[in-house]
Structure formats: structure tokens, C-alpha cells
Design a binder for this molecule. Structure first.
Ligand code: NAD
Length: 296
């Protein structure tokens, strides 16, 4: 049994913490919103950050963004954790902050991993997340039994920051692919073609991708998706927009040219301005359908 502190009991953190408890670990939970922490049966609710990290071997964080993560580690976790504690940040944040935090942890004698996830709230609840991890092999080996409980796959992607790097590359590809699938279906609609036929052919042809076969943005086509549920997230447009912002920052810092990623960022940004931020990102098809025709 491992003694774990879990910070951030939101949409994702709640399921992850529950799965750790179910597997027999001792979990202390802390969230700025106490009601969220209290809703986790079998957990000890910590009154503050200090109480959460006291006496634990592993600290896991699942917070909204880089600012919150930086503040929590610098103010509480680095200062008050037990000697030899392992830190695992599962939030999606920028590569630079992840590297800075790992270096600060190391200088204080702690091991730290960046371990963002893919798989959404369903994956968090079911314990089938995919973890993309940055850090040392030794720290990864210590964390592996916990990844195995919360997820179906964990890949050590490289040194500190590599997990965040892979996460934003993946999500930039996803963002572009969802727009491509939406445009394919809207063109088919305008040509008077059956969407089911496009799905049947492309899901076994060269247009195949996850946005088509697993997450088709057309209601009634393929497996049940957010499109069948009025685009309730799922993965909200606002979170996709956040990840594309991180991808653009990383591209600029690394000197990579990503024009389609940038164009996708602009599309999701406009969706937010038009009030689609809380809808699933696959609702981009509404925007494609509503676009005014241009000359080829
Ligand atoms: P959320 O907003 O539901 O949960 C975040 C929680 O952190 C909130 O309950 C908030 O009160 C708490 N919090 C903020 N600062 C805190 C602090 N200093 N101490 C303790 N608690 C604090 O967000 P979420 O959907 O659970 O996402 C969490 C992270 O996972 C984000 O970085 C997101 O990008 C990433 N992610 C989300 C999904 C998804 O589908 N929701 C998928 C993959 C990755």
C-alpha cells in the first residue's frame, strides 16, 4: 500500500483518485473546492496542502493549468513534502514549466515526473487512461504500478518535459484531424452523399483516423459520440483551445513551423468567441456547416 496525496479532484482527478482507493492505496485528497474532495468515498480529506503532503510517499497533481501547478509545487509541495517523496504532475501544462519544476524538484532531492493523460473523463473513471511521461527511468519505475491502476498504457517519452511535449503534439494532430473529418462530411452532405457511406469507406481507407472511427462528429454515424449528445463534452473546445495555445508556444520556442496547427488554433478560438467553448471540440462541424461558400 502506498500513501498518496492527490491534489485536484475535478472531472479527471475524481475518477483517478477513486481508482487508487479501489486498488487499496491510502489516499489523502485536497481540492480548493472542499465539496469535491468530500465526495470521494474512502479518501481522507486533507484540511490544507500541508496536511495532504504530510506522511505520504507520492504526491499526484491534476490541476487546470501551469500557473496553478507552479504555485502549488513552489508554495506547498516542495517546501513541506517528506524526504524521498515522488511527485507526479498529470495536468496538461507547457513544456517549459514542466522542465523548470523538474529541475527545482531535483535540486531539492525529489524525483518528479510530468505525466499528462489522454482518454478523457471516461478513461479517468474506467482506469484506462494513456500516460505520456517525462522524467528518469528510476522515477518512472516507481510510478508504474500507479499508472497501471489509473491507465491502460504508460510510455516513458524521454527526459523532463517530454510527456507534455508528446501530449501537445498529439492534441495538435487531433485538432487538425477533427476539422478535416468535419470538412469531409460537410462536402459529402453538399454533394448529396450518404454520411454512413463515407464512414463505411473512409474508416477502412486512407482517410481513417480516431476523429472519424471513434469520435465521428456526425450524429447517428459510427459509434455513439458527443455528436449524439448535442455535443456535450467529452473534451471541451476550451480545453482544446488551451492545448493548441501550448502547442503554439512550444512551436515558437523550438522554431517549428506549424501553419495548420495555427489555423486550427484560430478556428477553436473563434468557436470560443462565438460561445461554443463549453461544447465538445467536435462541434467544430457546426462551424464548418455554417461557413459561407467561397470560390475554389
Ligand atoms: P477541472 O477544472 O474539472 O479540475 C481541476 C480541479 O483542480 C478543480 O476541482 C479545482 O478546484 C482544482 N484546483 C485548482 N487549483 C488547485 C490547488 N491549488 N489545489 C487543489 N486543487 C486545485 O479540470 P479537469 O477536466 O479535471 O482537467 C484537469 C487537467 O487534465 C487539465 O490540465 C486538463 O487540461 C487535463 N485533461 C483534461 C481532460 C478532459 O477531458 N477533461 C483530458 C485530458 C487532460
Amino acid at each position: 500500500m502506498t500513501a498518496i496525496a492527490f491534489f485536484g479532484i475535478g472531472n479527471m482527478g475524481a475518477g483517478m483518485a477513486r481508482n487508487l482507493i479501489k486498488a487499496g492505496h491510502s489516499v489523502k485528497v485536497f481540492d480548493l473546492d472542499t465539496a469535491k474532495a468530500e465526495a470521494i468515498e474512502g479518501a481522507t480529506v486533507a484540511v490544507d496542502g500541508e496536511a495532504a503532503v504530510s506522511g505520504v510517499d507520492v504526491v499526484i497533481t491534476m490541476l487546470p493549468g501551469g500557473k496553478a501547478v507552479l504555485g502549488l509545487y513552489r508554495d506547498i509541495i516542495f517546501e513541506l513534502s517528506e524526504k524521498d517523496a515522488l511527485f507526479i504532475d498529470c495536468s496538461t501544462i507547457d513544456v517549459e514549466t514542466a522542465r523548470t519544476l523538474a529541475a527545482e524538484a531535483k535540486s531539492r532531492g525529489f524525483a518528479m515526473l510530468d505525466a499528462p493523460v489522454s482518454g478523457g473523463v471516461t478513461g479517468a473513471d474506467a482506469g484506462t487512461l494513456a500516460f505520456m511521461v517525462g522524467g528518469t527511468e528510476e522515477a518512472f519505475a516507481r510510478a508504474q504500478p500507479l499508472f497501471d491502476i489509473m491507465g491502460a498504457k504508460a510510455v516513458l517519452a524521454g527526459a523532463a518535459g517530454a510527456g507534455q511535449g508528446i501530449k501537445i503534439c498529439n492534441n495538435m494532430m487531433l485538432a487538425i484531424q477533427m476539422i478535416s473529418v468535419a470538412e469531409g462530411f460537410v462536402l459529402a452532405e453538399n454533394l448529396g452523399l450518404e454520411p454512413e457511406k463515407l464512414f463505411e469507406v473512409s474508416s477502412a481507407a486512407s482517410g481513417q483516423c480516431w476523429s472519424l472511427t471513434t469520435y465521428c462528429p456526425v450524429a447517428g454515424v459510427g459509434p455513439k459520440t458527443s455528436a449524439d449528445n448535442d455535443f456535450k463534452p467529452g473534451f471541451a473546445t476550451a480545453l482544446m483551445r488551451k492545448d493548441l495555445g501550448l502547442a503554439m508556444e512550444a512551436a515558437e520556442a523550438a522554431g517549428a513551423v506549424v501553419p495548420f496547427g495555427r489555423a486550427a488554433r484560430d478556428v477553436y478560438e473563434k468557436m470560443m468567441i462565438d460561445g461554443q467553448g463549453d461544447l465538445d471540440f467536435s462541434s467544430v462541424i457546426k462551424r464548418v456547416r455554417a461557413a459561407v461558400p467561397e470560390k475554389a
